[in-house]
Design a protein around this ligand. Structure first.
Ligand SMILES: O=C(O)C(=O)C[C@]1(C(=O)O)C=C[C@@H](O)C=C1
Length: 392
């Protein structure tokens, strides 16, 4: 193939991609209109039957064009996920007109390139208003920024699939009046990053945040004789290694962020678990109203009375009211040795009847009970098509 032919084919690909983009934008406009109708008629955003019909038809049509059913399924699952999240964001705005700010001042851990920075960018990309980044040194400082109204929101990592719950953040939540208003999960892809001008690399020191060391403990154990130095955030680790510009120093951080600091990746997928994700919560001074058409989650903290089976009784109240518990975490209460504060995540909206019945009962039977927030579930589980339907 001559180089001219290649250029001409690429031109046609570029044109086709532009047409695809225009069509995707047209689809987005239509789904925005759907959201308006759903609000008017109080219909849930998600309609899995419609999604299934749509996917079955597209797989069939795709086959006529010689397209692989798995490719079609993956492609349209991403398109539908975007559609659902966009509709949820619109409903959120209509239900909370006061939360529409010209500037979203957001406090997060680290600087440009930290995982919290990436999560912040992702979460606020769907929100109106300009993002103002407020990088912080610690979780306590992040919370303080919102408490003193220097920031409107804080983004905090709360759990990770490799290292579990982030206790320091749970402990901060015990002592704040802030409310959880959102959540998101973000893939955490740890890479070993070195200065991109470094030659004859022989790593003697690795810099990273303590959470990162915990998530990559298997890799570090195998790595052998290396000094491990902790930093306040992954971005600080990257900055340190960038400044040192030494063949003996490496940072563990996000591969996609290394470029911010002239670092290159020499090894990726360092986490103990292949699927390494962190869940972040978004907190603000004011609670929000979650429209009933949007799937919601509620987080409460409570301390039970000191009697046998007290926690079991609490869980039974949730069961009696058909409330699904998605997470239960316990943390010591400062100053009260051997007493625990329980953090409970449940599926549902605080406006739901069964949730109100259950919470009224729990308030009466616990020593302390506080709703930390009710917020939209950000994860859109993809609709799967049974092979019998996809292949019929
Ligand atoms: O048809 C709808 O009700 C939509 O909201 C649109 C759409 C889609 O993007 O195709 C999105 C979400 C629903 O679960 C089903 C389909």
């Amino acid at each position: 193939m001559s180089i001219d032919v290649l250029a001409s084919i690429r031109e046609q690909i570029t044109k086709t991609d532009s047409e695809l983009l225009a069509l995707i934008a047209q689809r987005q406009k239509l789904t925005a209109q759907v959201a308006e109708t759903k609000v008017k008629h109080q219909i849930s955003v998600r309609d899995k039957t419609r999604e299934e019909q749509l996917l079955v038809r597209l797989i069939k049509q795709g086959r006529e064009f010689g397209l692989d059913p798995h490719f079609i399924t993956n492609l349209f699952q991403v398109i539908i996920e975007d559609s659902v999240l966009q509709q949820q964001a619109m409903l959120h705005e209509w239900a909370n007109p006061d939360s529409r700010l010209p500037l979203n001042r957001v406090a997060f851990l680290g600087k440009k390139g930290s995982y919290s920075y990436l999560a912040t960018q992702k979460y606020f990309s769907r929100r109106p208003g300009e993002l103002v980044e407020i990088g912080c040194k610690s979780f306590a400082q992040i919370i303080e920024k919102v408490e003193t109204h220097e920031a409107d929101y804080a983004v905090l990592p709360i759990e990770n699939t490799s290292s579990g719950s982030i206790n320091e953040v749970y402990d901060q939540l015990q002592h704040t009046r802030l409310n959880i208003v959102g959540e998101l999960t973000h893939p955490i892809k740890h890479a070993l990053l070195v200065h991109d001008g470094a030659q004859n690399i022989d790593i003697k020191t690795i810099y990273a945040h303590p959470q990162v060391f915990a998530q990559c403990s298997h890799f570090l154990a195998e790595f052998g004789n290396v000094e491990v130095k902790t930093c306040d955030s992954t971005s600080d680790a990257m900055i340190k290694v960038s400044e040192l510009a030494s063949p003996h120093a490496a940072a563990i951080g996000s591969e996609e962020s290394g470029g911010f600091y002239a670092l290159k990746s020499i090894k990726s997928n360092l986490a103990n678990q292949k699927e390494n994700h962190s869940r972040f919560i978004v907190v603000a001074s004011q609670s929000i109203k979650v429209p009933l058409q949007v799937p919601a989650k509620t987080t409460v903290i409570m301390s039970t009375v000191q009697s046998p089976g007290a926690l079991c009784d609490v869980l039974l109240v949730l069961k009696e009211n058909n409330i699904n518990l998605t997470k239960l975490e316990s943390r010591p209460i400062n100053g009260n040795p051997w007493e625990e504060m329980f953090y409970v995540d449940v599926e549902g909206n605080t406006e739901d009847g069964p949730m109100q019945t259950a919470f009224d009962k729990l308030r009466g039977m616990t020593r302390y009970f506080k709703v930390l927030g009710c917020y939209p579930v950000e994860k859109v589980s993809p609709t799967r098509i049974a092979a019998s339907k996809a292949l019929s």
